[in-house]
Design a protein around this ligand. Structure first.
Ligand code: ZN
Length: 178
């Protein structure tokens, strides 16, 4: 095994042979995948990794050389980070920077903690809304909240993506409410 020093960077994005995002691993793990020909590097990060025999650029995105069958996950975990990521870190009511999570139908009145009832919100809108519904406030939701779909959420729900991964994660704004 190469002696790869712990290094810069936030990890490497692993893509399936089909370019579908799979997970994020340490840069060291990604380098080992490349050195053992289990993956090829498709985007470099910053710096060079040195082992006894090799030197290779720090991998930022690697693609597996053989297709790996992954059980299709229908559920994206409902985490604070995932909610912010789904809503583009913007308030569902005023589109300003979001720093809180709001339950559209208030929890105090039986609203569920579920993808369909949570949105990112700025502190001001959240506080002003209190335990009212958007309809009672005369407010409109920018988008209808729903559970996110797609392979990119294997990554997006857990961590902030490296900007170099954007091409493979297909980052999109949520659809506007009808
Ligand atoms: Zn707001």
């Amino acid at each position: 095994m190469p002696d790869i020093r712990p290094t810069v960077g936030s990890g490497a994005l692993v893509l399936n042979a089909t370019y579908e995002p799979l997970c994020v691993v340490s840069v060291r793990r990604a380098a080992i995948l490349v050195l053992t020909a289990k993956a090829v590097c498709v985007a470099d990060g910053d710096g060079i990794l040195h082992s006894a025999r090799d030197a290779l650029p720090v991998p930022s995105v690697v693609r597996l050389t053989r297709f790996v069958r992954v059980p299709y996950r229908t559920h994206v975990g409902l985490s604070r980070r995932a909610i912010f990521a789904r809503d583009g870190w913007r308030c569902a009511y005023c589109r300003g920077p979001a720093e809180t999570i709001d339950h559209v139908f208030p929890r105090s009145r039986g609203g569920r903690h579920a993808w369909e009832n949570v949105v990112a919100a700025c502190a001001r809108c959240n506080h002003t809304k209190g335990d009212k519904t958007p309809a009672e406030m005369g407010w409109r939701l920018h988008a209808l909240p729903a559970a996110p779909k797609g392979a990119a959420w294997r990554v997006l729900g857990h961590r902030a993506p490296d900007p170099r991964w954007a091409d493979w994660l297909d980052l999109r704004e949520p659809e506007a409410a009808a």
